[in-house]
Design a protein around this ligand. Structure first.
Ligand SMILES: [Zn+2]
Length: 79
């Protein structure tokens, strides 16, 4: 029954679980992005930045502008 105390408690519990899950997802996404950025920086140092790791072609400038740490060209990503 919506509005009863038990339901409100359950909804509050679900709400906390969702918020906790969102926070964890954000942490993981941030860690993954940092790792990609570190890799891109290393590739820049080695002079490999902007070259697709799969096919060896240049990565599109528009793609690098959108995703500066991209390591694959548009066609290898498959969009
Ligand atoms: Zn490629």
């Amino acid at each position: 029954m919506i509005g009863s105390a038990g339901v409100q408690e359950t909804l509050q519990l679900r709400r906390e679980e969702l918020l906790e899950r969102a926070e964890r997802a954000r942490d993981e996404a941030a860690r993954a992005e940092i790792a990609q950025i570190d890799t891109a920086l290393a590739r820049l140092e080695r002079g490999e930045y902007g070259i697709c790791v799969l096919c060896g072609n240049d990565i599109e400038m528009t793609r690098l502008a959108a995703v500066p740490y991209a390591d694959r060209c548009q066609s290898c990503v498959g969009h």
